[in-house]
Ligand binder design. Sequence first.
Ligand SMILES: [Zn+2]
Length: 61
Amino acid sequence: MPADDVAQTGRMARSRPPSERPTKVCATCGRPFTWRRKWARDWDEVRYCSERCRRERHREA
Ligand SMILES: [Zn+2]
């Protein structure tokens, strides 16, 4: 497999089909979620599937 393709995974993902988008598991609800365009800049920092889960995390119920 081409080395360039591996090196750019997750960073320069411009024209990848939805099925090849990276996924993560939400730290709050534990459900998997898929890369979204709004996270393109800080996907490495994303831990929650939604704004709601992100807030829930801050409130130790
Ligand atoms: Zn969640």
